[in-house]
Design a protein. Structure first.
Length: 128
């Protein structure tokens, strides 16, 4: 668990998607605060996590609650003029990789601002 969390924090700091390849299971389920059904698979989770890492401003973790297979990381960030709080819930598989990742965010106006900005960025044409 500690090694995975160290790598997760390195991703948050550097936004290096290669780290996500290492720590997310191939069949990870990603639960977004915007949709009921989880997104399946590493590729989908990487796209979402890379995007949200660029949307959040002044991101910081406030506390960590770590168990044997599960952890909860409480965070605070800004999206434009809105400050929000949230929790990343992670379940770790036998191989030390994240098999389930759920995000919860509040308050509603912060969540709406996050959703609008995520949608805008995810729906932009690829500029490569």
């Amino acid at each position: 668990m500690n090694e995975m969390l160290e790598k997760w924090h390195r991703f948050v700091e550097t936004k290096d998607a290669a780290i996500l390849e290492e720590i997310l299971a191939g069949d990870v389920k990603f639960h977004s605060p915007f949709v009921w059904k989880p997104k399946d698979g590493r590729a989908a989770a990487i796209v979402i996590l890379k995007t949200v890492a660029t949307v959040f401003e002044d991101f910081r973790y406030l506390r960590e609650i770590v168990g044997e297979r599960d952890c909860a990381l409480e965070f605070e960030a800004r999206v434009g003029e809105f400050t929000l709080r949230g929790v990343d819930l992670m379940r770790i598989g036998d191989d030390g990789k994240i098999v389930d990742f759920e995000v919860m965010v509040r308050p509603a106006n912060g969540l709406q601002a996050l959703g609008a900005e995520m949608s805008r960025r995810l729906n932009q044409p690829d500029e490569r």
